[in-house]
Design a protein around this ligand. Structure first.
Ligand SMILES: [Zn+2]
Length: 337
């Protein structure tokens, strides 16, 4: 029997509550991105999110990330079974779909916003890539954009695979090179990228953020333009981090806020940037992966991915995923007799 089936079976027989009890003193952070009214790829539907919010309000103590940071690093008190919901990027669907559900169940959350996106200065580059690919030429041709090649016409069945392949190639590139590539695609395919994002990729507004903040939402920082911070100069990183905090303070007033690295893998930030995050006054910083180290690093607090998949949600929230990571680490460290 594989591990997933074993966990599912254990869950049915009370495994989730056992894991919850074992990990009651270990606050967990869940990570979300997009929401939709009906089921859609890459989105958590309103129905599924409501099930998850209800579950959290029933079995856990939902808190913000800054509250966890104040407890872990500043000695404040935190209730047992604390869980923080985090949502990245700053899309409008958080305001229209997720927040009304969270309010209904009195579940606070931390919303990491890209401030340039909220201010209407840009739309997020993966959305631009998707927009461009959807408008790629119908004719047969091979386009070489340096970092990647595209064979047109792009067949419907290959779209997602191609999107992710290019996405990964762009993620590894320098920020300026990435933007140059997107501009080259638009030019070669004669696609005009509108100044404002189409409705599907729309950002929340400052006014909506202000309203939610007054209702208990922590609005955290996620840079100004969402680059991978490992692929910008130190001066650019400074503008991205301090500029983000400044925009938040200007538009929403001063408040305790945490920070979250765009993309958030270990390859998406460098050690020296912690100083900038601290200087900006952020309470802590979150990454986009989880491992057995949990929250040992204040500026790299681990997050567990949640999704529309109930099993992944239960595994992440109950602590089974964390226990599994700790168990695997212990196995690796057990010396051979
Ligand atoms: Zn992001």
């Amino acid at each position: 029997m594989n591990a997933s089936r074993l966990i599912k079976l254990a869950g049915k027989f009370g495994g989730y509550s056992v894991a919850r009890a074992i990990t009651a003193g270990r606050p967990r952070i869940l990570m979300y991105h997009r929401f939709s009214e009906a089921s859609a790829a890459g989105h958590v539907s309103a129905d599924e999110f409501e099930r998850q919010a209800r579950y959290i309000s029933k079995y856990f103590n939902p808190v913000t990330v800054s509250r966890i940071a104040m407890a872990l690093y500043e000695g404040e008190v935190l209730p047992k079974n604390s869980v923080a919901i985090t949502v990245d990027d700053g899309y409008e669907d958080f305001y229209s779909i997720a927040w009304p559900i969270l309010k209904k169940y009195k579940v606070p959350a931390t919303f990491y916003v890209t401030t340039g996106f909220v201010s209407g200065d840009l739309w997020l580059w993966p959305d631009q890539l998707r927009y461009l690919l959807e408008r790629s030429p119908e004719s047969g041709n091979r386009f070489d954009f340096g970092l990647f090649k595209v064979q047109t016409p792009v067949k419907a069945g290959e779209f997602e695979r191609m999107f992710w392949r290019i996405n990964q190639a762009l993620l590894k590139a320098g920020n300026a090179e990435k933007l140059r590539c997107l501009a080259a695609m638009a030019k070669a395919w004669q696609v005009e990228l509108p100044k404002d994002p189409p409705e599907a990729y729309r950002a929340v507004t400052w006014q909506q953020l202000e309203e939610m903040q007054a209702e208990g939402l922590e609005v955290g920082g996620h840079t100004v333009t969402h680059p991978s911070l490992a692929r910008v100069s130190m001066a650019e990183a400074r503008n991205e981090i301090l500029g983000c905090c400044e925009a938040l303070d200007q538009n929403l007033g001063k408040s305790l806020r945490s920070f979250c690295y765009p993309n958030g893998t270990p390859d998406d930030f460098v050690g020296g940037q912690v100083e900038l995050i601290r200087e900006a006054g952020f309470s802590c910083a979150a990454v986009a992966f989880a491992d057995s180290r949990e929250h040992r690093q204040r500026y790299a607090m681990r997050r567990h991915a949640s999704s529309s998949d109930q099993f992944q949600f239960l595994k992440a929230v109950s602590g089974i995923e964390l226990l599994g990571m700790k168990w695997r680490k212990a196995q690796r460290e057990t010396p051979y007799e």
